[in-house]
Ligand binder design. Sequence first.
Ligand code: NFE
Length: 503
Amino acid sequence: MKVDLGPITRIEGHLNIHTSVDNGVITDAQCVGEMFRGFEVFLQGRDPLDAQQITQRICGVCPYAHAIASSYAQENAYQLEVPPNGRILHNLIQGANHLYDYLLQFYQLSALDFVDVTAILKYQGKDTDLLHLKGWVQAELASGKAYPAAPFLPRLSGNYISDTDLNIGALKHYLESMKIQQKANRASAIFGGKFPHSTAIFPGGATQTPSIDRITNYISLIKEVRDFIHNTYIPDIVAVAGGFPDYWNIGASTGGFLSYGLMPLSSDRNSERMLAPGVLLDGTVSPVDFEQITQDINHSKYSSPTGLKVRDSTLTPDPHKQDAYSWIKAPRYNGKMVEVGAAARIMVDYTQGHNQAVKKLVETFAGMANIQPSQLNSVLGRHLCRAICGAVIADFLLAEAERLDPQGPTMADITIPASAEGFGATEASRGGLLHYIQIENHKIQRYECVVPTTWNASPQDDQGNPGAMETALVGTKVQNPEEQIEALRIVHSFDPCIACAVH
Ligand code: NFE
């Protein structure tokens, strides 16, 4: 039986998934990116310094990651000497965005796959936020299916948490988390100028000066976010894991893992990062080589040549191409499929024994849940790894903010050469993000973004090998083949953003 799961909700952008189900098991899955955008086309011919502004408009959720990747690519192209404040400001702005994004992903985009929102109908207390939610859910129930895009109902049928108090507690955190997300966004806007779409991030640093009051404001906001991560977010993930332990064994992708590493520790752009980069294939981590990245398009709706390296990429849309089923390209590393994202970040760092806080958290949670670290490749593993990233990043940001020098320069001096090229790689919340810029006559000649969800939600490559999310879906048992809440839980664990993936 063939079932289309689209439109997939609680993600960014337009995603369909075509599934085939036999005897209650998904036997085939195709991830279908349903939109085209073309940022790489309209960047051509523009001033290179437009790039870190324009590429932020690829997404309202992870704009800073695009600004940072673009800035790194331009720093590489212009051979900039980045002052310490410049590097630190980049980290502080980007890191606060990660914290916001992890909370959004868990509470608003995934939690209601497990938590029973209808439990709120039994709420008898006086909390005004919860009463507001109760009224909302009552209204949605009363309207039947009149509003299919309403945030809470209708929803897929499935085995939600049954304990009323547990559900209501989780719903309270769902609402509280939005206030904490606001604090994380305020923190990033202190140095980024605004959220979303920072006006302050430039190649070589940021325009905002690190005055003492800005630093103390930033630190006090991040402390509140950090407390929420430890006191609420992590316990909620542990509670979901306790109620749904099968999901340590559901949703594993079958390739390798790629992480570019997150947050340089010194101003040399090849310096060590707080989370280490690497490619994890068959249990072994190797250094990342951008020359090994190619993008296949035999199953993507483009007529440009397939299998091109990043610096040769082109983009010619071909909406009616035969056998093509997605607007997403299929990036591969040395021809192999890899998963990117929080689980990749943590597994790549942990396998190298690099960040000691990561090691401690992985081992603590693996011990608590009685799992092997390799089971981080799962639905629950991806959620847990986001929380581990959140905990580690929050502590790093608090220390990093103290390293700002209120008197020091915040930016490099920029001179744009007539011709140059540069690569810039960072970790967006959803995974490895690579920007490439090629400059001729002081203008952008070519621009290429290889984006996290492009890896994870890729269609088949030219060899017919599926993308990471496609492999994670195949083999999954589904209770109700018409609805497949199990598949939705897998998709949400990747936190796909199709707006980014097709860019
Ligand atoms: Ni639109 Fe993004 C992140 C990037 S994902 S959210 O994180 O880059 O493809």
